[in-house]
Design a protein around this ligand. Sequence first.
Ligand SMILES: Cc1ncc(COP(=O)(O)O)c(C=O)c1O
Length: 375
Amino acid sequence: MRFRSRQVISLSKLESNYKNLRSICVDNKIIFMVKANAYGHGVVQIVRHSVEKLGITEFGCASLGEALQLREELYDLEFEIYVFSDVQVELRECSEIYLNRRIVPVISNREDLEFILANKDFDNFPLFIKFNTGMNRLGLDMDSVDEVIKSIKLSGRKSIYHLMTHLSSSSMPITKNKRNILQFENFEKIKNAFKSAGVEFEYSSISNSGAIEQGAGLEETHVRPGLLMYGPSSLLPQYSYLSKWKGEIISKLETYVISFFEVKKGQPIGYGATPCPSNGHVAIIALGYGDGFTTRYVGTHLYHGEIKGQVIGRVNMDMAQVFFPEESLPNLNVGDTFTVWDHSVDKFADFCKEAKIIPYEVFIGLTQRVPKRYS
Ligand SMILES: Cc1ncc(COP(=O)(O)O)c(C=O)c1O
């Protein structure tokens, strides 16, 4: 545990991102994706705030373990939880949890579907079905749609609860990218097959962040935002002009300066004895790869106020070096707070671009050693 490095999470920024989302998806219901510890922001606090203050009632996890943690720690709140990837419904200990703890698996393969349809205990259980429309990861094969419908009918059901698919390329233009066009078309075909077979689906969804911020898929009842809610746009930088998103990063990553000293051009710094590129100053900050501040961040630019520094040398387990050339000397002293990222979406996007890392991974990469503080 660090004492002066922390991820400060602003719940009011989460609230303003939600308002921003609402300005795009005025009427859609929301499944807020909170897998991987709410994308590294602390799932319990994020879900509590979302239920109590934002009125969100549906959440998406990856695993049953994540869902169960929410049920157990937020037993006082009423909300729905869906498990999207490793549902393991055929395991007795898992199916009992689904049946008893109000957690719904999203069915993505025939075996799980047949298991649920054949199992009397699941007779009144809401069916959430995800089709593969071209992402080729999880999802029922769309060529099997007629057989799936037949199985559903044979089991005596006349409807399913939620029909969904997931996009592979929503960080690219929805109306121009061939894969996106194909996936939307395929989803239409699947919906039509259900309709013409007389099997109703109460709800449907296709859009995650990249599609939502392009205003796509809003004709479905639901949208499933993840990343946007935490601030960043999900579009590739070259397509940012397509985004309607005006959010802010909900967290700040703060550390402090352990040491600050003058250096000369060529002076070796830290492990590997990397020579300083010019005369200037080096700040040693209290974050290293042990905190999730990885070696990939070498070369990225970080700011102290408006003064731009650069991560140089090797990132260590516990520390990293930020270099400021002599023409841009920051007003920094040992013990001062140093902010790696703040609420600025643009600076965060630049940081990700320089590090060649996607925003998802930056958030999720922070380790337990960095405490989370909520404001
Ligand atoms: C099925 C599904 N829907 C929605 C999302 C949310 O995606 P994003 O964070 O890009 O909004 C995810 C995330 O992985 C997902 O797997």
